[in-house]
Design a protein around this ligand. Structure first.
Ligand code: FES
Ligand code: FES
Length: 163
């Protein structure tokens, strides 16, 4: 693509535990690398301007917005996308199960980013308060749910961790 620049760089990046050594255009965004180069379409693109959080992935343990990062900047990083979750008995991660049981999604467009947000939150703070959950969600926009059931889902996932 002309907008991605003519220069190409080889990057080494591990995505969902799989190492990739791949040539990428200098200006390819990480979100496009994940979706188009690797074919992992669970990472959604909403605004492309860093506002909505739909493109959120985990990079070296930190939640990041993949539309705000170039693929070349991920050289040497470990990336987790929504496809990395789901090794439970019914194919769902406990956070995904909680979203299913507590109606934490409607159209689902925001959901991969919010589930990964919840994963990083619960890794740092296994039993967050409602206020802490709402604060963590400030970078992820949901146009459907009003957030009440999203917060309930994350609280349930936190509770399940303690069982
Ligand atoms: S698509 Fe990246 S924040 Fe909206
Ligand atoms: S469930 Fe539709 S945008 Fe969040």
């Amino acid at each position: 693509m002309a907008t991605e620049g003519a220069a190409v760089h080889v990057i080494d990046v591990t995505v969902n535990g799989v190492p990739h050594s791949t040539a990428v255009p200098a200006r390819r965004l990480l979100e496009h690398f994940i979706r188009e180069t690797l074919g992992l379409r669970g990472t959604h693109i909403g605004c492309d301007t860093g506002n909505c959080g739909a493109c959120s992935v985990i990079c070296d343990g930190q939640l990041i917005k993949s539309c705000m990062m170039l693929a070349v900047q991920a050289d040497g990083c470990e990336i987790e996308t929504i496809e990395s979750l789901g090794d439970g008995p019914d194919g769902l991660d406990p956070i995904q199960q909680a979203f299913k049981e507590h109606h934490g999604l409607q159209c689902g467009y925001c959901t991969p980013g919010i589930v990964l947000n919840a994963k990083t939150l619960l890794a740092e703070n296994p039993h967050p308060s409602e206020a802490e959950i709402r604060r963590a969600l400030k970078g992820n926009i949901c146009r459907c749910t009003g957030y009440v059931n999203i917060v309930r889902s994350i609280e349930a996932a936190a509770g399940a961790q303690g069982e």
